[in-house]
Design a protein around this ligand. Structure first.
Ligand code: UTP
Length: 293
């Protein structure tokens, strides 16, 4: 069955990026010339998604506005003859059909996904975490879709991380009784744990913010009590799902940046600026000048 819908949870506090995120949602911090969340929506569309369900909170109205028509601004740009910017802002509004649901209390990522249950309906769907910005030859979500089979309850993006860093991620437990597929890129999973200490980690394969689920995950989420930090953890629900249904890990080919943290965001901006057709040479010259100073 084609995956038509993607949930984009964007209702978290963004505490790692304070004070920048005191009044501005972290999803709207720019990576070079557009907000981080726009890349997530573009990845969804490039992967064949037709409908995006944005999970937000009362302080994040500006995210919806970013994907809406800005009538006054369009008129102003038209009057100035600034067709380039007019096209750019109109293209954002035309990107995709967007539905917004609210998460009234920040009870965790699992809870945010559960808020989209009615909007999703009874079909498999994707989840994209805008904090995980992935740049590569192919949209990361499309790579998960390739590995997806109707019988799977879940496909999860995975990536090798340094063993010392397991405490920052959900870590998967590969099922070694089953063969890997696609030259090792598709890995059957037995379970997963949220943010384990390196000594307790079942592997060094971390869960990254791209997922495909069958609607079964909603039933499990509803029964999942608060885990680490009292939040309803998506990882705990997937671990329960994996007890009796097929859940698969999928490696992706792009480079990932955690743009929900200042350092990951800076790295993404530097790399994207260097790769930019207009700004790349300017940044390179600036870096060279800094080295020579
Ligand atoms: P994070 O824990 O990385 O995001 O959640 P956060 O809570 O916004 O950030 P920090 O840790 O305070 O800096 C991962 C994803 O889940 C969403 C976030 O918006 C992010 O996309 N989320 C998290 C929600 O939508 N609701 C929540 O209650 C928690």
């Amino acid at each position: 069955m084609k995956i038509r819908t993607a949930i984009l949870p964007a209702a978290g506090w963004g505490t790692r990026f304070l004070p920048a995120t005191k009044a501005v949602p972290k999803e709207l911090l720019p990576i070079v010339d557009r907000p981080a969340i726009q890349y997530a929506v573009e990845e969804a569309v490039a992967s064949g998604i037709e409908r995006v369900i944005l999970v937000t909170n009362e302080h994040k109205r500006a995210i919806e506005d970013h994907f809406d028509i800005a009538t006054d601004l369009e008129h102003a740009l038209e009057a100035r003859g600034d067709i380039e910017h007019l096209r750019a802002i109109r293209a954002v509004a035309d990107l995709v059909q967007l539905v917004t649901v609210r998460q009234k209390e920040q009870l965790g990522l699992g809870h945010a996904v559960l808020m989209a249950r009615e909007a999703v309906g009874h079909e498999p769907f994707a989840v994209i975490l805008p904090d995980d910005f992935i740049v590569g030859p192919r949209p990361a979500l499309a790579e998960l879709m390739e590995a997806h089979e109707p019988a799977y309850a879940g496909v999860i993006a995975i990536e090798e991380v340094a063993p010392s860093e397991t405490g920052r991620y959900g870590i998967v437990m590969p099922d070694e009784t089953l063969p890997t597929l696609d030259g090792g890129r598709t890995v059957p999973l037995r379970g997963m744990v949220e943010k384990p200490n390196p000594a307790d980690a079942p592997s060094s394969l971390a869960i990254i913010g791209r997922y495909i689920f069958s609607p079964k995950i909603f039933e499990v989420l509803e029964r999942t009590a608060g885990g680490k930090n009292g939040e309803i953890q998506l990882t705990d629900a997937i671990a329960k799902l994996a007890l009796d249904q097929a859940v698969i890990g999928r490696r992706f080919s792009g480079k990932r940046y955690d743009v929900g943290s200042p350092i990951g965001w800076l790295e993404a901006n530097i790399d994207m600026a260097l790769a930019h057709p207009l700004y790349g040479s300017v940044i390179r010259a600036r870096m060279k000048a800094t080295r020579d100073e």
